[in-house]
Write a protein that binds this ligand. Structure first.
Ligand code: 5RP
Length: 230
């Protein structure tokens, strides 16, 4: 089996295991990305078998998938809390600190995770790291004055690239902001300090660091095994 196929198996088993944790009547936050896609697919299957839930989504793509599978979507402004959010990650360490936003949905993902009683993280084994920082850190940045913002980040020692579309236009988030992907020269001993420095820069809307948000972590393996860490 190719590496991509093995990773796909790992994502599917993690997604299915997380879908099995969803209980009758729950309000579920739907994450974004390929592992979340697997989760939503399994959740749709459970709903077809009688599970009744409602959901909020962190992206249009996840919302469309859920709606096509007859999962009722509620307006985020009509609710005050979410029972459980289920979402992927680009990196997660032993303290459950994460880098997210590879798919560009970091701001909505953080809002939804922050409203949730629990965030269940679903990853394949490749996402587990000793230290964060190999995966470029996505930063959501206001388009107004974006050059000044990246200049300020550079002065702090944070270099990176504007995320672009295939035709070299600025990638726009669903909130109409830009994404700057920071490349760290080495892994991070103190990501909390880095996060605070970046968040202090005017124009930075949100970072892809997710701290103190993850609850259970569901890890899928390419041999079909799944581990759930509390
Ligand atoms: C999207 C995200 C995703 O959860 C993250 O990029 C992981 O994606 P995938 O499951 O495709 O590996 O944060 O903004």
């Amino acid at each position: 089996m190719s590496t991509a196929n093995k990773q796909q198996v790992a994502k599917e088993v993690a997604g299915k295991a997380a879908a099995d944790l969803i209980e009758q009547g729950m309000l579920v936050g739907l994450g974004s990305g390929s592992t979340s896609f697997c989760f939503i697919s399994s959740l749709i299957e459970r709903c077809a078998q009688g599970l009744k839930i409602t959901a909020v989504s962190t992206s249009k793509k996840s919302m469309e998938q859920a709606k096509a599978g007859n999962i009722p979507i509620v307006d985020i402004n009509s609710i005050s809390h979410i029972d459980v959010a289920v979402d992927g990650a680009d990196e997660i360490d032993k303290k459950k600190r994460m880098i997210k936003g590879g798919g560009g949905a970091l701001l909505r993902e953080k809002i939804v995770a922050g409203m949730s009683q629990e965030m269940i993280v679903i990853v394949d084994e490749s996402k587990i790291v000793d230290e964060l920082g190999k995966f470029p850190l996505p930063i959501e940045i206001c388009s107004f004055g974006y050059n000044a913002t990246s200049h300020h980040l550079k002065e702090l020692g944070y270099e990176g690239k504007w995320r672009k579309t295939e035709d070299e236009k600025f990638y726009l988030t669903e909130n109409n902001n830009y994404i700057f992907d920071i490349n760290f020269p080495h892994s991070l001993k103190n990501p909390e300090i880095v996060n605070q420095q970046i968040k202090n820069v005017p124009g930075v809307i949100e970072t892809g660091f997710f701290f103190n948000l993850a609850g259970r972590v569901v890890i899928g393996y390419s041999n079909g095994d799944v581990q759930i860490h509390s």
